[in-house]
Design a protein around this ligand. Structure first.
Ligand code: GAP
Length: 442
């Protein structure tokens, strides 16, 4: 696999991703997405919606990003959602303690019970808790009663709407409530480009089940997620694996968690968690809101508090995994080529429409006709600047699976060449057959 630096270079050079607030020196852990990046993120989210809405009994919701502190007091995030940090007493750099111990900042230096800074050898402080939530105030006065937080996961918005869903949608177990939305974490050390950032998007399902039939649902969602990655997104099977968290690693709400790991160039790491949250959240919100969030089980004629299985995906991590998986370099006619071998479903642009020569009016006119036709079906891109070889390369770099070229023969017999990104092979197809060809391939 190619190193991360090459991938970051391509992403920045071709405008997929930008450092946020770049003209003011940037803000660490925040990124903006350019046109091509947004298109890929949208494709991921659309494919995810297609996937989950084909599952039975999944309902969508969109909840607010800012919630009052009462929500996170109840959910345990105020008390438990922290990382341990250590700080160098000399250079004052802060490190996430667990990452420090794993050697992620460099060699761990220890003498008796003291640890030393990987940067300047200064003594590190004792680990202290650092809550990862961003605090804000709602309204014009900064007093405790107005304290609110940017959500660190989209999940809580779902739990606090549980009663609404039971009442308005009359749902029967098992059912899932799903949401795509931003989450925020004040990570101690954001790193690896868009892998660990402070503002990111999650796609989460809180899947409510009867407490009698719980653990198999963790395996169910693990299996279905893997199938989705491989069959729908085109991720390479050999780069994915499942890691079952140890008891010490589990989040404060979890009984069991399977993580799906991707083999990134910087090491294998989590792209998705599938957590068994038991009835931790619903019970907590019952206790602190005083509302009855139980479910009436008709078969046993009893009120129960459902259990929750939660598959949770990170859009940016998946984005990065897809790019790492697709990035390739090869040689065409003795010239180095960078190519993103993305699945056509993920590619931001599906077809590039290219007149063979950029100074022949008849070719350009015909190419624009073709462009105007295909833009009704796919996201297509018209380009007539530079040599045809360079235009192919530009499309290869952004992962466009097909280039459709209009040449002089096209003007005579309405046939066009289609160049395949991965093989660079060209075939000639009559206009009448083009749409069927693309429908099959895209
Ligand atoms: N509601 C459960 C939850 O939030 P998590 O394992 O903390 O669980 C779920 O997060 C997913 O969100 C992760 O697998 C990852 O894809 C994404 N994620 C979490 N923190 C992130 C960060 N700092 N930057 C980018 N993505 C992140």
């Amino acid at each position: 696999m190619f190193n991360l630096e090459k991938i970051v270079n391509l992403m920045i050079r071709r405008g997929f991703v930008f450092q946020s607030a770049e003209i003011y020196g940037g803000l660490s852990g925040f990124y903006d997405f350019g046109h091509l990046g947004v298109l890929i993120k949208n494709n991921i989210k659309k494919l995810w919606l297609d996937f989950i809405l084909k599952e039975e009994n999944i309902f969508l919701v969109e909840t607010s990003i800012v919630n009052p502190s009462s929500v996170f007091y109840a959910s345990g995030h105020l008390e438990n959602f922290y990382d341990l940090l250590v700080e160098c007493k000399n250079c004052h750099t802060r490190f996430r303690y667990d990452h420090y111990l794993k050697g992620e900042y460099g060699k761990v230096k220890k003498d008796n019970d003291k640890y030393f800074c990987p940067l300047c050898d200064g003594i590190l402080t004792e680990p202290k808790k650092f809550n990862l939530m961003f605090k804000t105030y709602v309204g014009s006065t900064e007093e405790t009663s107005n304290e609110a937080f940017l959500r660190p996961e989209t999940a809580q918005g779902i739990f606090i709407n549980f009663e609404n869903y039971l009442k308005k949608y009359r749902l029967k177990l098992p059912f899932g409530i799903a949401q795509i939305g931003k989450a925020f974490r004040n990570e101690i050390t954001p790193k690896n480009f868009i892998f660990r950032i402070r503002e990111f998007e999650q796609m989460e399902i809180e899947f409510f089940i009867h407490p009698n039939d719980h653990f198999e649902w963790v395996e169910y969602w693990t299996k279905r997620s893997l199938e989705w990655y491989i069959n729908d997104l085109g991720l390479k099977k050999e780069n994915l694996f499942v890691y079952s968290q140890s008891k010490e690693e589990l989040a404060h709400y979890s009984i069991k968690t399977n993580d799906i790991y991707y083999k990134f160039p910087f090491g294998e790491d989590e792209i998705q968690g599938i957590a068994h949250r038991g009835n931790y959240d619903l019970s907590a919100h019952i206790k602190f809101s005083g509302k009855d969030l139980s479910y009436y089980d008709e078969s046993s004629k009893e009120k129960i508090i459902p259990y929750v299985i939660e598959p949770s995906w990170g859009v940016e991590r998946l984005f990065l995994a897809l790019i790492c998986d697709a990035y390739d370099e090869d040689e065409i006619n003795n010239e180095k080529r960078i190519v993103l071998r993305l699945s056509p479903k993920i590619s931001p642009i599906k077809i590039a429409i290219l007149p063979l020569l950029s100074n022949k009016e008849k070719l350009i006119k015909k190419a624009k006709e073709i462009y105007n036709y295909f833009k009704n079906y796919y996201l297509v891109y018209y380009d007539d600047s530079g040599s045809i070889g360079r235009r192919y390369r530009r499309q290869d770099e952004i992962g466009t699976p097909f280039c459709l070229t209009i040449d002089f023969q096209s003007l005579e017999d309405d046939t066009f060449t289609i160049r395949d990104r991965d093989s660079t092979q060209q075939i000639r197809i009559h206009f009448n057959d083009l749409l069927d060809y693309f429908k099959e391939k895209i």
